[in-house]
Design a protein around this ligand. Structure first.
Ligand code: ZN
Length: 135
């Protein structure tokens, strides 16, 4: 088993960041040939998806999230005014699992690993990566 954590800095309220290369580098370093890569965010106002990093689509994700979760009078907004960010995170999810074969992530051509900030900017977002070997 191999574990590591890395940090991200976000600059916008809602922002999509491609972390594919970083995850691929971690998989290489793990030297694990066959297994699975679990990527987990210890956050309740961020999310992770497997989808295409195409310039227009990267903007569409942000537009879609804003339209899908409009500013409303959610009860949590009375506490710290970020209910929409929590709801986006609950909907999108904070963890993904990707198979590893011959020390490489098994993913489709258009499946990039995208971290999504829902309540930025934040100086330190953490990404926890755990790689399990199949024995
Ligand atoms: Zn909150």
């Amino acid at each position: 088993m191999f574990q590591t954590t890395f940090a991200l800095k976000t600059n916008d309220k809602i922002e999509v960041i491609d972390i594919t290369k970083k995850i691929e580098e971690i998989v290489r370093k793990s030297k694990i040939e066959d297994g699975c890569c679990h990527i987990f965010l210890p956050h309740a106002t961020a999310g992770i998806i497997l989808n295409e990093n195409e310039k227009g689509l990267m903007e569409d994700y942000v537009k879609w999230l804003k339209e899908f979760f409009p500013k409303k009078e959610w009860k949590h907004n009375l506490i710290d005014n970020n209910a929409e960010a929590h709801l986006m995170s609950a909907f999108i999810g904070q963890s993904i699992l990707i198979p590893i074969k011959k020390n490489k992530l098994v993913r489709g051509t258009w499946q990039d690993i995208l971290f999504i900030e829902f309540d930025g900017p934040r100086s330190t977002r953490k990404v926890f990566v755990q790689i399990h070997a199949i024995i």
